[in-house]
Each structure stands twice: as C-alpha cells, then as structure tokens.
Design a binder for this molecule. Structure first.
Ligand code: SAH
Length: 329
C-alpha cells in the first residue's frame, strides 16, 4: 500500500489524522483488504478501496516447494517483475526474503538475477507489500533483503521498509541486509539508527578471483569493502556475516579457505558458507570439500555456519530468483 497516497486520499476526504494509522495497523496485522477494517466507517472503506490500491504489487503466481518454501512472483503497476520468498523452519520461525530491485544491474556470474534484465529500484511501499503479502498468510518474524537486487543501491527505500517491519512482527535485530559491498551505501549503513544486521557477499579471498566472479569488485575492491565493514563494526559493535558461495574447483579449495582466514578478523566476521544452487554455470562443491573448507576456517578461530538450502525445487533458493524463468537444476 502506498502510504503517502493513503494519507493524501484521507486528507482530501477531510478525515481525522488518526485514520491513516488505523488503516496501517490493520494492514500490518495481516488484514486481507479494506473490508476487514471494521473500526473504519463502511463508506470510507468502500471509497478507499476504489482510490488507494490495497497493494502496490499484483500477485502473478505462487510456487510451493516440498519443504514449505513459498515463492511469490509479483508485478509492479508499471509491469516490472519482483520475486519474494517465505521459508518456514522446523523451530516455527518464518523468514522472508525480499527483493530490493526488479532484476539487478550487477552481473555476478553465479547468480541468476544478474542474467535477467534490470528494471529499477523498488519503492519502500513495494518492499513492504512483499512482506505484507506473506504476513496475510500468518505470523512472520525474520526478514532478509537477499532477494533480487542490491539493497545498498536502494538504501532509502530499504530503510523506509525496515522502519515499518516491527509492526508486522519483525524486529530490527531479526532483519538483515546483504550487499556485494556497494561502498556508498555501506558507508551510510554504518550510521543507520536501527540495529539491522549486515551481511557481505564475499565469495573470494583475493581481488583477481573476486573480480572474475563479481565484476563490481573492479569498482569497489576487497580492501576498501573490508575497511568499510570494519568501520561499521567499530561504530556499531555488531558482527558482520560473510556469505561465501562454494563453487567446485573455483573458490572452494583449502588454500582459498586459508587465504580467507588470513583476510577475516574473527572479532568482526562470522562466515556463512552457501552451497551453490544451480543456475546453469558452475558446479556445486561436494560435501567433503564444504566440510574441509569449514574445518580450515574453524581452525583459524572463525565462527562458521553452512546455509541450509531451501526451495530449490521451485527455483526459490539463493541466487535462483530470475522472475518466471523456468525452475532449473
Ligand atoms: N545483492 C546482494 C543481495 C542479494 S543476496 C548480495 O549479493 O549480497 C543473495 C545471496 O545469494 C548473495 O549472498 C549471493 O551471493 C548468493 N547467491 C547468488 N547466487 C547464488 C547461487 N547460485 N547459489 C547460492 N547462493 C547464491
């Protein structure tokens, strides 16, 4: 819902100032439409439904994976595709993965989103509407900006959405923003007044390899990105999560792990290893290589987790969001 449009529509009707708040509270708690907002006069509900679309996104289709992961494909009013994912974990947590852009202008070689056409930055309302869609299906408690796009290229909209997420049940501490290391956004992120988590997509321990996998590294090289993360840590006293997708024979050897361990200060970084999800380009590292990589990092004192793969059967896993592309793998 476009909250600015809502406020304008209410003001134009001479409605009292608290109406916008009322509408938002119903929406944040998962109302399916204006008709459910019984604390509003019926005539107002009716006329709002005509003038302020309940969502800025139109749902095109939903795919349900065997593990309970749901991938939703939406379209913006100007026709751009957007995907978001909901994952339910065994302990009952429900985590949302939200897109910050339609497509992505960066062209990381292992990520399907980078292969589709870049559309545009999404608005704060379009970010919230992805989360609200899933909120209508039940409680939600975590949100990661790890869908399509680079959130730190669209930081203002991301922060607008983050400010509202607690009312959906998602606290700032359970919200995470992931970046390739987009420096202008990263430097601003350190000054944000909400305790949102930071994740850095690193994927290689040296510039040559990283530039090959992620062309953005030519623009913002490793040393500068890590310096910005260290500054964030110094300022916020929060650990940075390093994401590292393991590509067989490319970045998954023990010498890569050793180089990574030398690069990362264990007081600042935790490592999250990501098994590669097929996008048609690389091969996934075998479990033994993942275990050896992990052990090398742990011997150096780093804290390491391996991401649990979700939603692969409906192309909803990390790196597979490509808007209506047929499921791969
Ligand atoms: N642009 C931001 C936000 C997207 S997060 C960023 O890159 O951090 C998406 C995460 O999934 C990133 O860590 C990305 O590197 C990872 N990823 C991309 N392609 C993948 C693939 N094929 N398999 C596993 N992880 C992948």
């Amino acid at each position: 819902m476009d909250l600015t449009l809502l406020e304008e529509a209410l003001a134009a009707r001479g409605e009292p100032g608290y109406r916008a708040r009322q509408v938002w509270e119903w929406t944040a708690r998962g109302a399916a439409g204006y008709e459910e907002m019984t604390s509003l006069p019926a005539a107002l509900r009716h006329s709002l439904a005509g003038d302020v679309p309940f969502s800025t996104l139109e749902l095109v289709e939903e795919a349900r994976g065997r593990d309970g992961t749901v991938k939703a494909l939406f379209r913006t009013t100007d026709g751009h595709p957007v995907e978001a994912v909901s994952m339910r974990f065994r302990d009952g947590r429900r985590s949302l993965c939200v897109s910050s852009q339609s497509g992505c202008p960066l062209t990381c070689s292992f990520c399907a989103t980078g292969q589709m056409r870049f559309g545009r930055n999404l608005t704060g309302s379009e970010l919230l509407d992805q989360a609200l869609h899933f909120r209508r299906a039940g409680e939600v408690d975590h949100c990661v900006f790890m869908g399509m796009g680079e959130p730190l290229m669209n930081l203002d909209a991301v922060l607008d959405a983050c400010r509202r997420l607690p009312e959906l049940g998602i606290t700032h501490r359970r919200t995470a923003v992931s970046t390739v290391g987009w420096l202008p956004g990263l430097e601003r992120f350190a000054e944000v007044d909400m305790p949102i988590r930071l994740a850095l997509s690193l994927h290689a321990p040296d510039d040559a390899l990283r530039s090959r996998l992620m062309p953005v590294n030519d623009r913002y090289p490793l040393a500068d990105v890590l310096a910005a993360c260290a500054a964030y840590h110094a300022r916020r006293r929060r650990m940075v999560f390093v994401e590292y997708v393991l590509l067989a024979g490319v970045n998954d050897r023990v010498e890569h792990a050793r180089a990574l361990a030398r690069l990362l200060d264990r007081r600042i970084y935790k490592v999250n290893l990501i098994p590669y999800n097929p996008t048609g380009v690389f091969q996934a590292s075998p479990p033994a290589a993942i275990a050896a990589f992990r052990a090398t990092l742990e011997r150096a004192g780093l804290s390491v987790t391996v991401r649990v793969t979700r939603g692969r059967d409906v192309a909803a896993a990390c790196g597979q969001l490509a808007a209506a592309a047929r499921p791969r793998g």
